[in-house]
Design a protein around this ligand. Structure first.
Ligand code: SF4
Length: 325
């Protein structure tokens, strides 16, 4: 296997809390992504997905502390904080933010804003930048002439397309997309997902999609990580996660997804995720788990391989522990 385009090694993120103490939002995330791979992060709100990708971009607020390594083609882009990450931000690794309206300044024309990262990184300016902006807009399905429009003159779907064009302005290798279809109607959602797949294929992009929506991951990504309480609790091929989940949380996430063709009732996952501002003992999912057994409350499960390319953090995958319980 070739060197991954992006490797994350033991990433931790803490936030200092105003009232004192820390919130440990990301706890030891590791993964490696190949060029052109489409990868998903999935889990409930607050599980650490968005914080993880903001850390990859070096865009966390000053109250955050980060430990671990983020290797972009072998170079640790977080090694010297802002100094080492800023040359790569937008040029090598770019992001489509949650809520496309927030990505744009309402009083500047869309085209000018798409051209900004090109100018900032001295990739193009003037007529060349305008031409490239037009080409990008056309590629995402917006007539080039609409570059002179203001964000409020676009529909929600067009704003999302323009936000994707802006993220692609400097031809990054890795595109992070944070809930890119939230607040869009079902038809537009499908179009945006198809657009992302097409762009990833055309440009050889590595796409990292963050969503709470499992069907979206299944549609777009070949591999995914399920996050819970700041950790990856299961990672593997999307197909395998669906047909052979090895963590009860993954199984319950799928069971909690409506399926038009299945008459089985949609289940909800009981309880709420744990607080991350206090030390967790045992399996973080234990209070909500329908399969919990003797060691789960006191022994923390590690992420271990259950099959080739498939790992899960659950004691059910340890036959010795199960037999001894
Ligand atoms: Fe459930 Fe125990 Fe597995 Fe945690 S380790 S997911 S509590 S069975």
């Amino acid at each position: 296997m070739t060197e991954p385009v992006l490797a994350v090694e033991d990433l931790h993120v803490w936030f200092d809390l105003e009232q004192g103490g820390e919130l440990h939002a990301v706890q030891g995330v590791s993964l490696a992504l190949q060029t052109g791979e489409r990868f998903g992060f999935v889990g409930e709100s607050g599980c650490g997905k968005t914080t993880t990708i903001l850390a990859l971009m070096g865009l966390l607020p000053s109250s955050a502390s980060v430990a671990g390594r983020v290797l972009l083609e072998g170079e640790d882009i977080l090694a010297d904080g802002e100094e080492s990450v800023s040359p790569h931000r937008w040029t090598d690794i770019a992001m489509v933010f949650q809520g496309a309206m927030n990505a744009f300044n309402p009083v500047k024309r869309v085209g000018e804003q798409i051209a900004e990262p090109m100018k900032l990184h001295e990739i193009a300016e003037g007529r060349t930048a305008r031409r490239q902006v037009g080409e990008l807009l056309e590629r995402v399905g917006i007539p080039a002439a609409r570059a002179s429009s203001y964000p409020h003159e676009f529909s929600g779907g067009m704003r999302q397309r323009a936000a994707i064009a802006m993220a692609l302005a400097c031809k990054p290798k890795v595109l992070l997309a944070d809930e890119p279809t939230t607040a869009l109607d079902v038809m537009v959602q499908a179009q945006i997902l198809q657009l992302l797949i097409g762009l990833a294929d055309d440009f050889g992009l590595t796409l990292v999609l963050v969503t709470h929506d499992l069907p979206i991951v299944a549609q777009v990504c070949s591999r995914a990580a399920v996050m819970y309480a700041g950790e990856i609790v299961e990672i593997g091929a999307t197909d395998t996660l669906y047909h052979d989940p090895r963590h009860p949380y993954t199984r319950l996430l799928f069971a909690a997804t409506p399926d038009l063709y299945d008459e089985e009732p949609v289940l909800s996952i009981p309880g709420t995720p744990p607080r991350l501002d206090r030390e967790l003992v045992g399996c973080p999912f234990a209070p909500r788990c329908d399969r919990a057994f003797a060691p789960c409350d006191r022994v923390k499960p590690r992420l271990v391989a259950t099959d080739t390319g498939h790992s899960a953090a659950c004691h059910l995958n340890d036959p010795a522990l199960k037999a001894a319980s």
